[in-house]
Design a protein around this ligand. Structure first.
Ligand SMILES: [Zn+2]
Length: 243
């Protein structure tokens, strides 16, 4: 059995597509850790599972301090137009970074893998994220692999596969196009509206990368009128100031 840690975004979806192409039928594991966009991400994972004919499972955890971080605050709206979109995912504002998030997700996947007797856990950590969130880096993944192997205590071992660790974002998008990834089913936005906001770091990066690789991204973004009504007053003012 194989698991893909799936977040509904392009990176993990490219990993799913790679697995499927290699003849692997992984279980998609989604973790709802209270992130603001959890509902849309989970929906995206369930649609991707249906698209590829795979099973998906959801792990839920509860973070009690929602006010401590913008990515957990359901009432916040995250806007980031203050940086160039080409560096949005690697050098921009660190407001969206949740410390040790990827280590936490790896731990969740390890526990599920241990219970199910999984052979491999696949993750979609990539080079751009590794530049801003150290727990995406290959050396950290390698140390984590050592830690779970040490801690196995009789539990069958599993291997962590991180095929995008040293792959640039634009290459991941091109790979997605080649693998016929259903981009329209993925969710990249950090906000939790019915449509992608188009103005957060993730949306800015996605627009930039789609244009760069010539992807006719079929994503529908919020209109100006919808943005004004959905964003908080402060976030909308920030958006207007920076556009
Ligand atoms: Zn967005």
């Amino acid at each position: 059995m194989h698991i893909v840690l799936a977040g509904g975004g392009v990176d993990s979806t490219v990993v799913i597509a790679q697995c499927v192409k290699a003849g692997i039928k992984p279980v998609l594991l989604f973790c709802d850790y209270g992130q603001r966009s959890a509902y849309q991400e989970r929906l995206a994972v369930s649609r991707l599972a249906r698209h590829y004919g795979l099973r998906h499972e959801v792990v839920r955890s509860y973070f009690p301090s929602h006010d401590d971080h913008i990515m957990f605050d359901p009432d916040a709206a995250y806007v980031n137009h203050t940086i160039a979109p080409e560096v949005a995912n690697s050098m921009g504002s660190r407001a969206w970074i949740i410390p040790y998030r990827n280590l936490f997700l790896l731990s969740v996947a390890a526990m599920v893998a241990g219970v199910k007797g999984t052979e491999e856990v696949w993750v979609g950590f990539d080079a751009a994220n590794a530049g801003s969130t150290a727990d995406c880096r290959q050396d950290v993944v390698d140390y984590f692999q050592q830690a779970v192997t040490l801690a196995a205590d009789g539990t069958p071992p599993f291997t962590i596969r991180s095929p995008l660790t040293n792959v640039a974002k634009s290459t991941i998008y091109r790979r997605g196009v080649r693998l016929d990834v259903p981009f329209e089913l993925t969710w990249s936005c950090y906000n939790n509206f019915s449509k992608r906001c188009g103005v957060c770091t993730a949306c800015a990066a996605r627009k930039y990368l789609s244009a760069k690789v010539g992807l006719d991204d079929p994503i529908q973004y919020l209109s100006e009128v919808e943005l004004e009504s959905r964003l908080t007053k402060e976030a909308y003012a920030d958006y207007v100031r920076c556009r």
